[in-house]
Design a protein around this ligand. Sequence first.
Ligand code: NIG
Ligand code: FE
Length: 387
Amino acid sequence: MAELAIIRDGGMLIHDAKIDSVGPSDEIQRKSRGAQIVDARGRVVLPGFVDAHTHLVFAGNRLDDFERRARGESYEQISKAGGGIWSTVEKTRAASEQDLLAQAKRHADWFLRCGTTTVEVKSGYGLTLEDELKILRVIRSLNEESPLEIVPTFLGAHAVPREMDTDEYIELVIDQMLPRIAKEKLAEFCDVFCERGYFEVEQSRRILTAARKLGLKLRIHADQLSNFGGAKLAAELEATTAEHLEKTDRDGIAAMKSAGVQPILLPGSVYALGSSDYPRAREMIQAGLAVVIATDFNPGSSPTPSIPMILSLACTQMKMSPAEAITAATINAAYGLNRGDRIGSLERGKLATFSVFDCEDYRELAYWFGLPQTHSVYVKGEGVAGA
Ligand code: NIG
Ligand code: FE
């Protein structure tokens, strides 16, 4: 993770949306007669950031929760008092598909402006069959209408809706939502919020096992608020990823390692919730895990679309090196979305999807925090922002 294979004064030849070759600029120039030249003028060129955990489709915001937290109330207290996930569910249910898409496009534009080109997006603010389908259709439309590549995840088990008890809702997820979503190919992955007060380990296991039978791959919101057994469940089910992991201990880390589960760390939500319990990134890297970092963009616990902000948090709070952080937000993240063969690095044969930053050294991205440094963004060889 600490080795970036930087090419100084590098060049890249692009043909038919793909990378034909990378190398020293003068060499590339010699073999690219007649090609259109884009001069990056000494700026940093990186593979487009891959954000492997977001909740990008929702209505409204949670400004009141934000202010209450500033006054000292906890995420759990605010949720019990009528804020939290439930308040976003109410607004998202009330929004039309068209309106949700318009809001999602606004969010998508924020990601592009931060240099991100691929985003995993979870449903989970609908919690009825119709509303979860509505969100997943918005995710599909966003993939078609925005330059971002979107990877859809069904997170029906994000919370239990007020109008049902947990068992009734789990039945709805397993018997109605999952078969319909699989049939309409609306999601690649299924995720569950495995946590006390949300979905117990046994309930999460039932939902994820049903999803796997229908051909969906698995992710889990694991050990965010307590060391609840989520990482171990991810290992048992051979999930692609276990995400959050703020409270995961050594056993959980060892379980992920032996099952080949990739950890996705979300320091933005630790920061925005005012906590200091960052996940144990160093131990995970030490254990040989291909650590991923992502924004967790959502209106409640992590209202940031910015991978550069996450790079800063990874270095300052989780003691990752700037190079490890870049690896975690590019190639490792691409593998965390089963796209390691197409994106996440600048190599021959991969998509020409990359971002150019207004700095000379990649470490500046994590160092100058809070400052937008994106110069331009290219997807499949086409300039989509700033170009
Ligand atoms: O990843 N943990 C559960 N879900 C989100 C928060 C969602 C919300 O507060 O709206 C998360 O932090
Ligand atoms: Fe999340």
